[in-house]
Design a protein around this ligand. Structure first.
Ligand code: MRU
Length: 392
């Protein structure tokens, strides 16, 4: 008994020595917290917002309109419900929309009874063109659908079954590549940030807007894994509340220090000196660096410029549209006005019949953007040149 107590005492003594020894203990404590934090993060990053079922018969989406209250997955197999899911923002965020469209197109064409290539092509085109009408601004939608069409064309001399198998692989590849791309964006972005920074974000460019990691939230996840202790502020993002319902939800789930503010509070937190950097995602970057993102983003950029705070846009190369010359050429989606005053309320928050204007995106002028962070590296002004270089 006495011997036992002594052993325990000795073990306790060694443990204390290990934890507080500056040389060995620090590493142990760091590794210990890394495991705990890593465990929490993995839970969030394990969420798959868009995927195919095992047989490739259905598109499975996390229904983001139900968050943060319900985590429910919907299974879709016809083009109308896939179109509706994209239009209604059940799946949203530029990369996730692209992945959903590619996988949805595959699910639909897999059911085709076409006997020859021409028949298959006509059916494919009809579904593709239809899905392309679901949302106009995020270029990833068109990019992913075009990539599927290129795959179809490249395999035209093969039997129908093999063409379908190639389309299956292509859709999956678009998703898998996005995961790597987002991680690389996160690494580049993190190189611009320092531990302890206050960071403001707008809308949701997180893990559920992509295949994994997110774009603008990727550096926050990677930094958190490495003990950066960021203090993150999320704009609520009216009218569809992607900041409040989605960003706040996923960052809180990851154990990140997150504070929710209304959109009109962005300037006060900047004035107070609480914000060291702004990180946002993006739906389309024009060839001159103008960037369309969720409505309200350009206002944040203007305030950031006033206070001298760096404003970073995160964009996979697939979000850069060199065929769109400037922001003026980006088609901005307009959505039903009811989203402003009815969508989230038990009773209308404005008189019935009120005139509304509900653009879903705005364009941040290139001269307000400190850097555009892509998987291939960080682009700086003048963007016309740095964007051209990256496409060479
Ligand atoms: O209307 P949404 O929710 O699809 O808008 C999303 C955004 O504006 C995101 O910031 C953008 O798509 C980047 S997602 C990585």
């Amino acid at each position: 008994m006495i011997y036992c107590k002594k052993t325990r005492l000795f073990t306790l003594h060694r443990l204390i020595f290990f934890l507080f020894n500056p040389e060995r203990g620090k590493g142990l404590l760091l590794r210990f917290s890394y495991v705990i934090i890593g465990g929490k993060i993995l839970e969030v990053l394990n969420i798959t917002p868009v995927k195919l079922d095992d047989e490739g018969n259905k598109l499975i989406l996390l229904d983001q309109t139900l968050l943060p209250n319900d985590e429910k997955y919907i299974h879709l197999k016809d083009k109308e419900s896939i179109w509706e899911a994209i239009y209604k923002l059940r799946v949203r965020g530029a990369p996730a929309i692209g992945i959903a469209a590619a996988m949805g197109l595959y699910v639909c064409i897999k059911q085709s009874k076409a006997a020859d290539y021409d028949e298959l092509y006509n059916e494919f085109k009809e579904i593709k063109d239809y899905l392309a009408t679901s949302r106009p601004t995020a270029v990833n939608l068109f990019w992913a659908l075009d990539r599927m069409e290129n795959c179809l064309l490249q395999n035209k001399h093969r039997p129908i079954d093999e063409i379908k198998a190639a389309l299956h692989r292509e859709a999956q590849l678009i998703k898998d590549e996005d995961e790597d791309i987002c991680r690389q964006i996160g690494e580049h972005s993190l190189s611009l940030l320092r531990p302890g920074m206050g960071i403001l974000t707008h809308c949701n460019a997180g893990t559920i807007a992509t295949s994994k990691y997110g774009t603008a939230l990727a550096p926050i996840y990677l930094g958190h894994e490495r003990g950066y202790n960021f203090k993150v502020f999320a704009d609520e993002t009216r009218p569809l509340l992607q900041g409040g319902r989605l960003t706040a939800w996923e960052l809180q789930k990851a154990g990140i220090d997150i504070t929710l503010i209304c959109d009109n509070m962005a300037s006060i937190v900047m004035k107070k000196g609480w914000i060291d950097a702004i990180v946002v995602g993006c739906d389309r970057v024009a060839a001159n660096g103008d960037a369309a993102n969720k409505i309200g983003t350009s206002g944040v950029a203007i305030i950031a410029k006033h206070y001298g705070i760096p404003f970073y846009v995160h964009a996979p190369i697939s979000t850069i549209d060199i065929n769109t010359e400037t922001g003026k050429d980006i088609k901005i989606e307009e959505r039903p006005g009811e989203e402003i005053y009815k969508a989230w309320y038990a009773k209308p928050m404005a008189p019935e019949g009120i005139n509304t204007f509900n653009p879903a995106f705005d364009v941040t002028d290139a001269n307000l953007i400190t850097a555009i962070i892509t998987e291939k590296g960080i682009l700086y002004p003048p963007y016309t040149e740095s964007i051209k270089r990256i496409f060479k």
